[in-house]
Design a protein around this ligand. Structure first.
Ligand code: VGL
Ligand code: ZN
Length: 209
């Protein structure tokens, strides 16, 4: 058994004070740290939203569009985000209070300005792979517990892709280690994950195993 912990986008930009703050986003850090420090994982991976300046998901790249409106990117509907997680800025750094010295591998994503990439495994158009699925296969991963930011975007799409791209691997979503942008979106995300076979768990139950 190779147990992996997958930490999704626990970055300054998605926490209070960041450019795309998720309500209470910083509260996932102690949960992530407790799991990191538990010693129960053979492999710890973090994803990092890593956009070039002027990325096509930014409202600022679309004249007349405001953040959180629906726009278009490469001919497809795209949520217009505030500028966030620009490569090399403090906004894109992992949270400084995350126990990052224990992280084995960081998967960056979202570098292509013409397509967004919510999932840590592939772009939203499902064409370009990040390489994370192959990495996890090479490491013979059998279980993935995932958590982070934001439940209704990057966490959800990463979980759904993990089910599709890593057949036979047990995927679990750690609910108390995750926060979302929109409460209704979070409710739907949890339903979608559950329907796809993702187990919904708490850090307390994991730490008691
Ligand atoms: C995310 C919106 C835009 C996320 C990333 O990490 O959930 N959301 N980029
Ligand atoms: Zn982004």
């Amino acid at each position: 058994m190779t147990k992996a912990l997958l930490l999704i986008d626990i970055q300054n930009g998605f926490c209070p004070g960041g450019n795309l703050p998720v309500p209470d986003g910083d509260q996932v850090v102690p949960v992530a740290n407790a799991l990191i420090d538990s010693g129960r994982y053979d492999l710890i991976v973090a994803s990092q939203d890593w956009h070039p300046a002027g990325h096509g998901s930014f409202a600022s790249a679309h004249p007349g569009k405001a953040p959180f409106e629906i726009g278009e990117l490469s001919g497809k509907p795209q949520m217009m985000w505030p500028d966030h997680c620009v490569q090399g800025t403090a906004d894109a750094e992992l949270r400084p209070d995350l126990h990052a010295d224990r992280i084995d591998f960081i998967q960056q994503k979202g570098q292509n300005p013409a397509v967004d990439s919510y999932s840590a495994f592939r772009d939203n158009d499902q064409a370009a792979l990040t390489g994370l699925a192959d990495y996890m296969k090479a490491m013979a991963v059998t279980e993935i517990d995932l958590l982070g930011l934001a439940t209704d975007y990057c966490v959800k799409f990463s979980a759904l892709d993990a089910v599709d791209m890593l057949p036979g691997v047990a995927i679990r979503f750690v609910e108390d280690g995750s926060r979302g942008i929109d409460p209704e979106g979070v409710r739907q995300a949890i339903e979608e994950m559950r329907a796809k076979g993702v187990e919904i768990v708490s850090s307390r139950s994991l730490l008691a195993e």
